[in-house]
Design a protein around this ligand. Structure first.
Ligand code: MLT
Length: 379
């Protein structure tokens, strides 16, 4: 427990509550929690599903048959990837839960997980919880924020079991070319690693770029599983519903852990998620436009604030370089103290995040504009 840091966003919530108790009007550009509501069509499906007494009993451990079939159908429609819903799809109580439970499934004490130099904190803390080791794969401006797995030392590889990647990338907001996925698949094959591709931002690509699935690539299914979530794609963070798919052996192992520690996703929520995945997708396109507009608002303001950033290719973030003379934690504290705006420090995402902050676009336009204005005038 003493090696386990407080969860980044729980810590940020604590700081926010403290500031608000001092009377500060806090604007959070912190967590990626969509301000846009869940589409009405999904709420309608939930209203119907919750009235069905069959849904009030224990859910199926791996997910209901119709939900798993809908996930497979969505993968087919969206990426042209065919999956067996019985062996290659598993319902998750959000991707975060799936990520955390991959560790007891695949990592023994002392085994290594290869983790991107900046990434979702649970890739690291999941290992800490069970006595696993983390190797950070270097990621920076020079390699386009494509985690460098090839540089992993031989002694680490000898004890490595699992590797995480995530594109569009949280927090660096870049997409990966398919050649990079191909190289990662070959690397995982060579070193007998489970490759986990976290595709939580699969529906949010900008400037006409629509993210791909690693399972589209040849050989992926031999070594990879992919995680998809309704959270960001359908504004359903609070509903806790996602799925893992791909390599059948890995799906089975994860399912075995899960059936021993949780009892599945509330079936009514799975019914609503079926509507999310298979209903008309116009709301997804509209959401993408909102985030792209907000990304442009942020990019236009950065210069005046003294920050700089690449043009985000996807996700709901801008990954901005901070001025010299501060650590990213110092800078994030300065921003909160001087402007009442919350931005997570880049260092909280891993060692390569030092020198950056992450700006979330999941805030209504007028509040985002106000936050940028405060930062521009005060900093
Ligand atoms: C993020 O902001 O990176 C995620 O939405 C936070 C989370 O899933 O805890």
């Amino acid at each position: 427990m003493s090696n386990l840091p407080p969860y980044l966003f729980a810590e940020i919530d604590r700081k926010r509550a403290l500031k608000e108790s001092e009377g500060v009007d806090v604007i959070s550009l912190g967590i990626g929690d969509p301000d846009l509501p869940t589409p009405q069509r999904i709420i309608g499906a939930m209203a119907e599903a919750i009235a069905n007494p069959k849904n009030h009993q224990y859910p199926a451990y791996a997910g209901s048959k119709p939900y798993r079939a809908a996930c497979a159908e969505w993968m087919k429609r969206r990426f042209g990837v065919g999956l067996d819903p019985d062996t290659e799809v598993l319902a998750l109580i959000g991707s975060k839960e799936g990520i955390a439970h991959l560790f007891p499934a695949f990592i023994d004490v002392g085994d290594y997980t290869l983790v991107p130099g900046v990434g979702y904190p649970v890739y690291t803390t999941g290992g800490i919880l069970i006595g696993g080791e983390t190797h950070y794969m270097p990621m920076n401006e020079d390699n386009g924020w494509l985690a460098d797995f090839e540089s992993t030392p031989a002694e680490v590889l000898a004890k490595a079991k699992m590797m995480f990647l995530s594109y569009p990338n949280n927090p660096a907001a870049v997409a990966a070319p398919v050649e990079y996925f191909d190289a990662a698949i070959a690397f995982a094959q060579k070193h007998d690693l489970l490759l986990v591709h976290d595709n939580a931002y699969s529906e949010i690509g900008f400037d006409g770029h629509l993210p791909t699935s690693i399972l589209e690539r040849p050989g992926a299914r031999d070594v990879a599983i992919e995680l998809f979530s309704c959270s960001k794609a359908y504004n359903m963070t609070g509903w806790r519903v996602a799925f893992a798919c791909g390599n059948a052996e890995a799906i089975k192992a994860l399912g075995t852990v899960k059936s021993n520690v949780d009892s599945g996703v509330f079936t009514a929520i799975q019914d609503a998620a079926i509507e999310a995945l298979l209903g008309p997708q116009d709301d997804v396109a509209a959401m993408r436009e909102v985030y792209q507009r907000r990304r442009d608002m942020v990019l236009d303001a950065l210069d005046t604030i003294g920050l700089s950033a690449r043009r985000s290719q996807g996700t709901i973030y801008v990954w901005a370089r901070i001025p010299g003379g501060y650590t990213s934690a110092e800078y994030a504290t300065l921003v909160l103290d001087k402007t009442g705006v919350i931005v997570p420090p880049g260092s909280a995402y891993g060692p390569d995040g030092e020198g950056y902050i992450r700006i979330s676009l999941a805030t209504p336009d007028h509040r985002l504009a106000e936050a940028l204005e405060r930062m521009a005038t005060t900093l």
